[in-house]
Structures are given as structure tokens and as C-alpha cells.
Write a protein that binds this ligand. Structure first.
Ligand code: NAD
Length: 441
């Protein structure tokens, strides 16, 4: 089958997720049509609406979604976001990413995602608490420790997870319900290491990828020049950990703009400056740059850790790095992928690069079910093993696809990317279980 080509740039996450799937799936010879259909479509989509008594005495109705994309390998797993742009299509795309992410790091979960259309910046804490409680009540038994397990996402946090747990626990008294949600406060069954897990996973994955020696002139994080877009949970902690591992952080940014310094920035002092002033911009002895300039900054490793669709057809050609580590979900469009591939820029895809968060969420779930509390060393050692395995399997698959590509029949299509390889690994893993389960009576 010929690989689909992307002529026109499309910034819709849902469309990009679908194109990525189709491109990867075209490398798998024996995937049956019916299975492909099942893997593309969500298993279940819930759209709920509920009224809330607002602080000013008015009543407002809110709409929320929970999509279970696939649960053949285990209960759904994925965050809940509160944002004005939440839509069924966006939640569906993000739920599909979770199916492939949990499969590629081989944890026994499927993919889920949820969201409520609201603007948390304009809502009081009481209103947010009420929205959370009503949303969880409306979802009923669609979520549960063995069916679908939420986690924090954009504008939801540990407190939101505590409210979700409490509401669900009131609906199911007398049971151990801690495992219904992850990303909880430490005192309420949260796991040590969860706050750093995404960035730490990105570091472990990058270290293993570089060890495999597939990226010319880049064998180690030590001494590498690193630029980071986004200075929140994923970005600021990645800057800290990459710096600790010996990298030089040459540029960072947030929504207000960026800063650079060829002699290197101290990520902890940059964070202290951001905490004090609200932005990384204005950090002493740095030069101000725009976010577009950051993405084009000459470096060895570029870490997009902010939003989706940041590197696109219109700016991918300007990127001057050897490796992109996708700490954010969906920061590159399909068109960007193709341009970067032509320019010999490697991309460690999001489903591997930022999977550390869901891996430690899985550890939290296991600890909750077993009434255990692991120490930090155990969490980090196990995270390292999962991330290293996922990278090794992705690189092994990439090597196998390259061999396939060099056969005469395949030379006309573009060579495989690491994203293709990670998705092929994940799709094969899910498809195998679909077929195994189907032979049951
Ligand atoms: P966050 O809200 O903590 O941080 C986001 C950062 O991006 C902020 O510093 C913000 O100022 C910056 N930003 C916003 N718009 C920007 C722009 N236009 N240009 C540059 N910077 C901009 O969010 P986070 O948790 O760090 O998540 C960031 C990305 O990582 C998201 O795509 C998220 O889905 C992904 N991710 C996060 C986790 C996690 O555990 N936090 C796990 C997996 C994936």
C-alpha cells in the first residue's frame, strides 16, 4: 500500500493523529481491515452535561466528555482537562495517543481522555470543585479502578484528583477506591516521583536513544546543547534534569517569550526568576528571543514542551537541531515530520518521549491496589527500565522497517521514522490482543 502523502497543512490534532496512524499502519502487512477500523475508532464516547450553581447565584450548564479509545490491553488511562477549547474531536485524538503510549511502554492499560468545556481562569475554587463533583457523578461507573482511570491534564491538578477520588469514594463506600484516579496528593495515595516523572522519562529515553548510536555526531546528553520550549511541569523539570545530566541549556521559553545564552543558562535560577516575575523573560545575562527564534535556535537537542502543532510546514525548515524530543503531546504536524525527515532531523516521538508520566501513574495505581508505598529509588529505577525498553524496542523496530524499506518494492515510499516505528510497535501490541481476545467464546 502506498503511504499517504500530506500536501496540505492541517493543524487539527484529530486529523494529525489519524494521518500518523495511517502512515504507521501502512508498514504492517497483515493487519485486517476490520481490525484497522476498530483501532482507529473510539470504543466509547460519553458526552455529559450538568448544571452548576455559580457563585453569583446564576445557574450555568457545562458540557464534558470522556472517551475510552481502546481497552483491550487494560482499563482506559488518561487525563482530564478543563479548557474552553475542549471538544469531542480533541479528546478523541488525545485518547488515541494514550492507547499507543500505554502500549509502547507496555503497561497494562488502554487509552482514555476526558475534558470539560470551561475557562478555569474565570472560575472560583468552589465552582471548580462543583464542576468536578458533578462531572464525576455524571460519568458514573464509566470510570473506575478497573474500567477507566483519569489523571491530571491541562488546568487540572492534584486537588482536582482529590475531589474526583472523594466523589467516586462516596458513590462506592466500603471499597478501596484509591486506584480510580492517579496524580493524587502524596498524602492521599499519590506516588513519590510523579511530579518529575514526565521529564525524567524524557531524559532516560533520550539517554538510551543516544546510546544506540543512530544519530550522527550525538552520542550523549553530556555536553549537548539543549533548547526547551515551555517552562512548566514538563519543560522546566526537563531543563533541570538535562542540565544535571551534563547538558548545556542554551535557550528556554514560555508563553511570554524566550531567552538564550550560548554559555548556558542555570535552569533552577531561571525557574526562580519565573516564579518571581511570572516569566523566564528578563533573566539576567540572557538575550531575549521570540518563541519562533527558539524553535530555530542552533542546538543538538530541541525539546518542545508547551503546546501542540508548534513545528509546522511553515517553520520546520528553519529548525537547526539534530534531535527533537517531544515532551509535549503532538507538537509537530505531519508536514513538519516529513520536512524534518528530509533534513535528517531525528524525532523521538511523544508516545515514547513523554510516557514517563503515565508509567509512574501506573506505579501509583499498583501501589494503591496493593496498599504499598514505594520509595523514590524504586520508582526511578523501574521508570528507567520501562523507558529504556520502550526506546530499545522502537529502535529495533525502526531497524527492521529500514531493512524492509531497502527491498525493491518499498524504495519508492519514504524511509521509516522513529514515530512510525513506535506506532508500529504499539499497534502490533494492541492488534495481537484484539485477535487473541476475539477467539474467546
Ligand atoms: P504546564 O502548563 O505546566 O506548562 C506549559 C508551559 O508552556 C508554560 O510554561 C507556558 O507558559 C508555556 N507555553 C504556553 N504557550 C506557549 C507558547 N505559545 N510558546 C511557548 N511556551 C508556551 O504544562 P505541562 O504539564 O508542562 O505540559 C506541557 C506539554 O507536555 C503538554 O503538551 C502536555 O500534554 C504534555 N505532557 C505533560 C505531562 C505532565 O505530566 N505534565 C505528561 C505528558 C505530556
Amino acid at each position: 500500500m502506498d503511504m499517504p502523502t500530506t500536501q496540505v497543512e492541517n493543524l487539527d490534532l484529530f486529523v494529525n493523529a489519524r494521518l500518523q496512524f495511517e502512515r504507521a499502519q501502512s508498514w504492517i502487512d497483515d493487519l485486517k481491515e476490520g481490525v484497522i477500523d476498530f483501532l482507529i475508532n473510539p470504543q466509547r464516547t460519553l458526552h455529559v452535561c450538568f448544571p452548576i450553581h455559580m457563585d453569583d447565584g446564576s445557574i450555568q450548564t457545562f458540557h464534558g466528555f470522556r472517551v475510552l479509545h481502546n481497552s483491550v490491553r487494560g482499563p482506559g488511562k488518561g487525563g482530564i482537562r478543563y479548557h474552553p477549547n475542549v471538544s469531542e474531536a480533541e479528546v478523541t485524538a488525545l485518547a488515541a495517543f494514550m492507547t499507543w503510549k500505554t502500549a509502547v511502554v507496555d503497561i497494562p492499560f488502554g487509552g482514555g481522555k476526558g475534558g470539560v468545556i470551561c475557562n478555569p481562569k474565570e472560575l472560583s475554587r468552589t465552582e471548580l470543585r462543583q464542576i468536578t463533583r458533578r462531572f464525576v457523578t455524571a460519568l458514573g461507573d464509566a470510570i473506575g479502578p478497573h474500567t477507566d482511570i483519569p489523571a491530571p491534564d491541562v488546568y487540572t491538578d492534584q486537588q482536582t484528583m482529590a475531589w474526583i477520588y472523594d466523589t467516586f469514594d462516596m458513590m462506592h463506600p466500603g471499597e478501596n477506591n484509591l486506584a480510580v484516579v492517579t496524580g493524587k496528593p502524596l498524602e492521599m495515595g499519590g506516588s513519590l516521583g510523579r511530579d518529575q516523572a514526565t521529564a525524567r522519562g524524557s531524559l532516560y529515553a533520550t539517554q538510551e536513544l543516544l546510546k544506540r548510536g543512530i544519530i550522527p555526531d550525538l552520542q550523549s546528553v553530556e555536553g549537548a546543547r539543549v533548547a526547551v520550549q515551555g517552562y512548566g511541569n514538563a519543560g522546566a523539570i526537563a531543563a533541570h534534569l538535562f542540565h544535571e545530566a551534563g547538558a548545556r541549556i542554551v535557550a528556554v521559553s514560555d508563553s511570554s517569550g524566550g531567552i538564550c545564552s550560548d554559555s548556558g543558562l542555570d535552569p533552577d535560577r531561571v525557574l526562580a526568576h519565573k516564579d518571581e516575575t511570572g516569566s523566564v523573560v528578563g533573566f539576567p545575562h540572557s538575550t531575549a528571543i521570540s518563541n519562533e527564534e527558539l524553535l530555530a535556535y542552533e542546538c543538538d537537542i530541541l525539546i518542545p514542551a508547551a503546546l501542540e502543532c508548534q513545528i509546522r510546514a511553515d517553520n520546520a525548515d528553519k529548525v537547526r537541531t539534530k534531535l527533537i524530543v517531544e515532551a509535549a503531546n503532538g507538537p509537530l504536524t505531519m508536514a513538519a515530520d516529513e520536512i524534518l525527515q528530509a533534513n535528517n532531523v531525528f524525532v523521538l516521538p511523544d508516545i515514547v518521549a513523554n510516557a514517563g508520566g503515565v508509567v509512574v501513574s501506573y506505579f501509583e495505581w499498583v501501589q494503591n491496589l496493593e496498599n504499598q508505598k514505594w520509595d523514590l529509588e524504586k520508582v526511578e529505577t523501574r521508570l528507567n527500565k520501562r523507558m529504556t525498553n520502550a526506546v530499545d524496542e522502537t529502535v529495533d523496530c525502526w531497524n527492521a522497517l529500514n531493512e524492509k524499506h531497502s527491498s525493491s518494492d518499498n524504495r519508492k515510499r519514504s524511509a521509516p521514522t522513529l514515530r512510525d516505528a513506535a506506532l508500529v510497535t504499539a499497534i502490533n501490541r494492541v492488534a495481537t490482543v484484539v485477535l487473541q481476545r476475539d477467539i474467546w467464546p
